[in-house]
Design a protein around this ligand. Structure first.
Ligand SMILES: *[C@@H]1O[C@H](CO)[C@@H](O)[C@H](O)[C@H]1NC(C)=O
Ligand SMILES: *[C@@H]1O[C@H](CO)[C@@H](O)[C@H](O)[C@H]1NC(C)=O
Ligand SMILES: *[C@@H]1O[C@H](CO)[C@@H](O)[C@H](O)[C@H]1NC(C)=O
Ligand SMILES: *[C@@H]1O[C@H](CO)[C@@H](O)[C@H](O)[C@H]1NC(C)=O
Length: 393
């Protein structure tokens, strides 16, 4: 950069050099001197090209690529043994296609403190689609009481989950590991007790089985609730420029579920240095680990938005929650018609980032599920389900 600036200064000086134009007969001589100086200059510039990018277009007949090659390469950071091992494992898993001899299934992973208030709704949703899905329940507080046969006996081993702590990520990884046992599970969706489906089963199944990306929410937030939570203890593997943020409610393809379960290197950085209150940061592991991990390992493999809708528009500490009276056909129609994802940075600029929701390159509505609904909303949801779940845009 410095060289480039100096170069421009030199160019500026050049223009001043000739001074006031003499009106005498010596004019041709002045022109000859000037032309030769410029020529010598141009030849020199061609042989010893300046490194500034603006200048290279003017002076190199071969374009800038040649000039960048000509510069000494920037030495790459030396990777640690753990990093080299991690990179090769991740690359091999990502390059392995998984095909199942049977019908591929979607694994629905429920992260809940106890009983699931919307089991009846999910029962309606799953009914008639046996063989195309599997259910896993991680109940972190108390043993759930089930009302649907699709949920009975589907609890995995569980542990206490504290919001914002690594135990949340541990529960997610535990659910993934359990669901990976079934080779027919090709796509994995994380849901909470307050989540509801926005479409019928076939719509969601086609949407997820026919995509080759994962829906992991991920954006760059330079503000206090984004990069402000970064810790330099995460160096050298995780640099601040790679630190990302996103909602935890993911859906991911099998290769991605495997690399999450296989990862120890990046996981341990978040376990040790991303904790609420550590170094004064209020770092929430489940909002940063997966977005950062995927941004570093397979950025083109994630959608960057979550397929689970939540309404933060009130800009409060918690998102909007829907009670019975809020659940109307109009509300569900509104949510299912959104086809642009929105992220807002937490710095003073409050920059709004909008991206179209692209499914295999085509813009489509973003959301398949929504939160947060109060248990009292169940009856309205059940009454409306067959109507709203058939809205297909
Ligand atoms: C997904 O598939 C499309 C079309 O086949 C392809 O262009 C794209 O690169 C694939 N993406 C990934 C992450 O594999
Ligand atoms: C997600 O964002 C990354 C940059 O962080 C980009 O490379 C990738 O293409 C994005 N994914 C999609 C599906 O657009
Ligand atoms: C639905 O969206 C319209 C247009 O943005 C808005 O005026 C209306 O209040 C919304 N209704 C509900 C129930 O959210
Ligand atoms: C549900 O759909 C039916 C048929 O399209 C319609 O008659 C009925 O009014 C709808 N119910 C609601 C609550 O929108």
């Amino acid at each position: 950069m410095k060289t480039g600036q100096k170069w421009q200064l030199d160019m500026g000086d050049m223009k001043i050099l000739p001074g006031p134009r003499p009106r005498t007969t010596k004019r041709p001589l002045w022109i000859i001197i000037l032309v030769s100086m410029v020529s010598v200059f141009l030849i020199c510039a061609y042989i010893y090209p300046p490194s500034g990018t603006a200048a290279c277009y003017i002076f190199s007949s071969k374009g800038c690529k040649v000039i960048t090659d000509w510069l000494p390469p920037i030495p790459a950071r030396e990777y640690s043994d753990a990093e080299i091992a991690s990179r090769i494992v991740i690359r091999e898993i990502l390059n392995t296609p998984f095909v199942t001899a049977n019908t591929p299934k979607i694994a629905f992973l429920f992260l809940t403190p106890g009983s699931l208030p919307f089991e009846k709704l999910w029962d309606k949703f799953f009914h008639g689609h046996e063989g195309k899905f599997s259910v896993y329940v991680h109940a972190s507080k108390e043993k759930p009481v089930h009302v649907s046969r699709y949920f009975s006996g589907r609890e995995t081993h569980s542990n206490e989950v504290i919001w914002g702590k690594i135990s949340m990520v541990d529960a997610e990884r535990r659910l993934l590991a359990n669901a990976l046992h079934d080779p027919d599970n090709q796509h994995f969706v994380l849901l909470s007790d307050s989540c509801v489906p926005l479409h019928n089963f076939d719509y969601i199944y086609q949407y997820l089985i026919n995509t080759n990306i994962s829906y992991v929410d991920c954006f760059n937030d330079p503000g206090p609730h984004g990069n402000g939570r970064y810790s330099e203890h995460m160096l050298p593997e995780i640099q601040m420029k790679d630190f990302r943020k996103g909602a935890q409610w993911f859906s991911m393809k099998r290769q991605h579920a495997l690399i999450v379960v296989a990862d120890n290197l990046y996981y341990s950085k978040f376990r040790d240095y991303c904790k609420p209150g550590v170094e004064g940061h209020n770092c929430i592991a489940d909002e940063h680990y997966l977005p950062t991990f995927f941004h570093m390992t397979d950025p083109g493999g994630i959608a960057n938005w979550s397929i689970t809708h939540v309404d933060w528009s009130e800009r409060k500490w918690h998102p909007k929650s829907y009670g019975a009276q809020d659940v109307t056909y109009e509300l569900l129609q509104n949510i299912t018609s959104i086809d642009v994802s929105v992220h807002v940075t937490s710095d003073e600029r409050k920059e709004v980032q909008r991206w179209p929701c692209l499914w295999n390159g085509v813009q489509r509505p973003c959301y398949l599920f929504a939160r947060k609904f109060y248990p009292e909303a169940l009856n309205n949801l059940l009454n409306l389900f067959s109507n709203y779940s058939s809205i297909s845009a």
